[in-house]
Design a protein around this ligand. Structure first.
Ligand SMILES: O=C(O)[C@H](CS(=O)(=O)O)OP(=O)(O)O
Ligand SMILES: [Mg+2]
Length: 238
């Protein structure tokens, strides 16, 4: 098994992904939102890149059965039902609903991954379940970090390292340098990952906007034991 990690989706192209397990990570906050919504009973999540696409898709579905979610500049989009805060995606809100979501980084990373037929959603909330899934699939792995505004983001790399820490306990694997760097960064801070994450641009941005509770939630390790899988443009639990 060989693991490659990409700091953003920009350097990823289709040929890299063919036949691999692809893990898309956007810890702050899109993949944490998607995972939480599905745990809380959402029927499915449709990630889209553009606001217009989200509105168009919603027009083809029964309005009562859908929610529009996401952000631009980290805040709720005008006319949408939900922002990009996982805390809004509670059971009473999302149960049985199809959620169409568009975010700045995470939904773009998912779209980029879609040339693989084996794409799962990772975040700190489900690192052990994702590692178990990778182990069982027993294929080469590509980890795509969403990054923030096209650049490396510590929150995503720490999550990649946490997944690789669990994977190492299940199976030997080879890896590229960014996978190794993410692993060692995670190992150095595993007792308190916020000791490194607090230096991250994106975490500080979210904190300054008043989303401290989101940060606390999204940095909880293994809160959930689920693997959301992205198939034919839709994310559901497996
Ligand atoms: O809301 C977020 O956490 C970010 C938005 S931004 O990069 O801070 O503008 O979106 P995401 O796609 O979840 O990284
Ligand atoms: Mg992000």
């Amino acid at each position: 098994m060989f693991v490659e990690t990409y700091e953003t989706y920009n350097a990823v192209y289709d040929k890299i992904l063919k036949g691999k397990v692809v893990v898309v990570i956007d810890t702050l906050r899109a993949t944490s939102v998607i995972t939480t919504a599905l745990v809380n009973g959402a029927k499915e999540i449709i990630p889209v890149v553009d606001i217009e696409d989200a509105i168009n898709i919603s027009g083809h579905l029964e309005r009562d059965m859908i929610l529009l979610g996401g952000e631009r500049n980290a805040v709720k989009i005008e006319g949408f039902d939900l922002s990009n805060s996982p805390l809004e995606y509670s059971e009473d809100v999302v149960k049985g609903k199809t959620i169409i979501i568009t975010t700045t980084n995470g939904t773009r990373a998912l779209k980029k991954a879609s040339s693989s037929d084996d794409v799962v959603v990772g975040c700190l909330l489900n690192v052990t379940s994702v590692a178990d899934y990778i182990y069982k699939e027993n294929k080469d792995v590509v980890i795509i970090c969403a990054g923030t505004e096209g650049k490396f983001s510590i929150d995503d790399i720490i999550t990649a390292g946490a997944i690789l820490d669990r994977l190492e306990k299940l199976s030997p694997y080879e890896s590229d340098d960014l996978s190794k760097a993410s692993y060692f960064l995670y190992k150095s801070f595993q007792d308190n990952i916020l000791n490194i994450m607090k230096y991250g641009y994106h975490l500080n941005r979210i904190e300054k906007l008043g989303f401290h509770e989101d940060v606390e939630f999204c940095t909880t390790i293994d809160k959930f034991s689920v693997v959301p899988k992205y198939v034919n443009g839709v994310v559901r639990l497996i």
